[in-house]
Design a protein around this ligand. Structure first.
Ligand code: PAF
Length: 340
């Protein structure tokens, strides 16, 4: 099958490698950054260091632009772009793709792939024409850590699960494209750790809450994920970590009951357990927000803590601690001349 991974960063390289190890031989990577593109093009491969410290070269073809892809032959697209890039890429990509070709979005956080994407098409007067294309878009949350040591060379850091599925479409008026879903299922069934979830919105929120604690705190306190284990934190840090989680859970509960009509949306104990499991499983990893800030890149804060603050405001749930870390990250990114 011909599979494309859009984005040659840590997650994109990890996915290209995992697909290659699962037997996919016709892999394409789209990477617009000149240095990353050149590194992948030169080796004609991704260098992958797995959890068992083995090193593999996974052959891939790399292009700079989406327009250079072999669209007629494509069987699936893995979109490993950052949360703030997803809608722009989807708005451009979906009109070029056959409706039977699935697109799996891997970005952290939430708030993309729906209303904001439709707004981009609305500006072009194309919403009616393109709406059904949302039915070939799927989402995944990944509990696997990845570290890009240098362009084209990735280390797997943590072997957690990847849950995938689609988001409720009731308010948007499209149906899941079953052919596309089956194609994606057959690709992902060969990739270890990938699990389809009928009720994906639960997984999305669970992971959102995990990221809302790990990502800003590792970036602010300059630690690896493992640095957030209770024993390594001061009492004050433990209370910030706990307050972030409790506020996120309160927003999730209000969202579950008032937006989705579900009173049993997320179990606080289960989310707390997943948070600690993720910290332990990816202990050596530097979170993506830590890495983004260390390399002077824009962060996904607006789609993680910013998303929770936004829903907190809409649903009347106070989120002072979420806001505090959000503003601290903004202040730091402004100091270094970055946008949030
Ligand atoms: O954003 C990240 O870094 C990842 O989602 C995770 C799972 C927290 C691992 O670092």
């Amino acid at each position: 099958m011909a599979i494309t991974v859009i984005g040659g960063g840590a997650m994109g390289c990890l996915w290209a490698a995992r697909l290659g190890l699962a037997g996919e031989e016709n892999l394409w990577v789209v990477e617009k950054d000149a240095e990353r593109y050149a590194a992948i093009a030169e080796q004609g491969a991704i260098s992958f260091h797995g959890a068992a410290k083995e090193t593999r070269k996974i052959p891939v073809r790399v292009v700079r632009q989406i327009a250079e892809l072999p669209f007629s032959a494509l069987d699936g697209v893995i979109l490993a772009a950052k949360a703030y890039q997803v809608d722009d890429v989807l708005a451009m990509l979906l009109p070029l793709l056959d409706e039977k070709t699935p697109v799996l979005c891997l970005a952290n956080g939430a708030g993309f792939g729906g209303e904001s994407l439709l707004n981009l098409w609305r500006q072009q007067g194309r919403t009616t024409e393109y709406l059904s294309k949302l039915g070939q878009v799927f989402f995944a949350v990944s509990f696997q850590g990845a570290y890009l040591a240098r362009p084209g060379e990735v280390f797997a850091r943590g072997e957690g699960a990847v849950y995938w599925g689609s988001l409720p479409s009731t308010s948007r008026g499209y149906v899941v494209n079953e052919v596309s879903k089956n194609k994606l299922e057959s690709v992902l069934s060969a990739v270890p750790g990938c699990v389809y979830q009928e009720n994906f919105v639960v997984e999305l929120w669970r992971k959102l809450l995990v990221n809302s604690v790990i990502n800003p705190l590792t970036a602010l306190w300059q630690v690896t994920n493992g640095g957030l284990t209770a024993e390594k934190l001061s009492e004050e840090q433990r209370s910030v970590k706990n307050a972030l989680l409790q506020e996120g859970l309160a927003v999730a509960a209000a969202y579950g009951s008032r937006v989705l009509g579900r009173d049993d949306f997320l179990s606080p104990t289960a989310v707390g357990a997943v948070l600690e499991e993720t910290i332990a499983a990816t202990a050596e990893n530097y979170s993506s927000m830590y890495q983004d800030m260390a390399y002077g890149r824009k962060t996904e804060i607006d789609f993680i803590n910013g998303y929770l603050i936004h829903w907190g405001e809409r649903l009347g749930v106070a989120t002072p601690c979420q806001r505090q870390v959000y503003e601290q990250i903004l202040a730091l990114t402004k100091e270094t001349g970055l946008l949030p």
